[in-house]
Design a protein around this ligand. Structure first.
Ligand code: ES4
Ligand code: ZN
Length: 319
């Protein structure tokens, strides 16, 4: 029973949180055929590459500022309803450009959704702008420049997502330099699709305070020690990892080993309906599949608050 526990989420892709019912309503509204990607109330994909394709395709049914306000408010209110007090949403201005809405209107719609949810439930949220590796290093630099120049107090972090097998982390280091110089928090997807070397690359080339996933660090015990010594926080998304077959089952998932080795870990849902999960389920799994006590789960939540890309006054109010 984890329903009474306070929750935070540091790793959720906004379009990846779109409820299939809302996506379907949007597709009908704009007369877009998404039947290859959404059938029988579920998103359709079969491996990481086809997941990314599905994600990009179904995102295209969110077209206007208001669509983004609605999507954001809907997800944050769902989170608030299960006891979540803080959420960081991963957003892609490139996506706003790709659908012809433009980055500013895309972000403004999301910010309106954050304000509406905050008014209704009190939930705090911030935005992590992401580059997508499969859109190429130039587009990732563009995303970093956008985030650095936005001067939007709700944009507090920079991330790198997308096809992990495309290029090496060093190819994207300049984007992170731009984001770091602008004072943004840094996190990067690594050690999910690719092995431990990708986590080591991330530490060497980006020096992030957090890593998205990072779970395959378990393949290199020296690296595990390095992460523990550095205090790097892993945003662990067990349901996502199982859905994408990073590990065959929860029994072989390394969350407990990583935590027991002294690595700071938090729990998130990644792209919840795509992976047949939710933040509620991830907390339940922490108890039921991994055997964590309420106190251990609370510790991971506190780690999330400590590692949040948020101003100190807001952070203290979250504890
Ligand atoms: C993603 Cl699970 C995952 N990994 C990398 N990029 C992503 N974008 C959305 N979900
Ligand atoms: Zn992710």
């Amino acid at each position: 029973m984890t329903s009474h526990l306070k929750k935070v989420e540091l790793h959720c892709h906004l379009e990846g949180a779109a409820p299939p019912t809302l996506t379907l309503a949007q597709a009908r509204k704009y007369n877009i055929d998404i039947s290859p990607y959404l059938a029988d109330g579920a998103y359709v994909w079969h491996d990481f590459a086809s997941f990314l394709e599905c994600y990009d395709k179904v995102s295209e049914v969110y077209k206007t500022e208001e669509d983004y306000a609605l999507l954001t408010e809907t997800y944050l209110q769902e989170l608030a309803g299960i006891g979540t007090i803080y959420s960081e949403l991963i957003v892609s201005p490139d996506h706003g450009k790709r659908i012809g809405l433009g980055a500013d209107a895309y972000i403004e719609g999301v910010c309106e959704g954050i304000r509406r949810a905050k008014t209704k439930s009190g939930i705090e949220a911030r935005l992590i702008v992401t580059g997508e590796r499969h859109f190429g290093p130039e587009s990732v630099i563009g995303a970093a420049e956008y985030a650095a120049g936005a001067r939007n107090p709700l944009i507090t972090g920079f991330n790198l997502a997308g096809e992990e097998r495309m290029g090496r982390v060093a190819d994207y280091a300049r984007a992170f330099d731009i984001a770091r110089d602008a004072g943004l928090g840094l996190t990067i997807h690594a050690g999910e699709v690719c092995g431990a070397y990708s986590v080591a690359d991330a530490l060497d080339d980006v020096r992030p305070s957090r890593i998205g996933h990072g779970v395959r660090a378990i393949e290199d015990l020296d690296l595990v020690k390095r992460l523990a010594d550095l205090g790097t926080v892993l945003e662990v998304c067990p349901g996502s990892n199982i859905a994408l077959k990073v590990f065959p089952d929860f029994a072989s998932h390394p969350l407990r080993k990583l935590k027991d080795a002294g690595i700071r870990v938090t729990i998130s849902s990644d792209d919840p309906p795509f992976f047949h999960t939710s933040l509620k389920r991830e907390y339940e799994l922490a108890a039921d599949a991994f055997g964590f006590s309420d106190a251990a789960i609370d510790e991971m939540t506190r780690t999330g608050i400590e590692a949040a890309f948020v101003d100190e006054a807001t952070r203290q109010a979250l504890f």
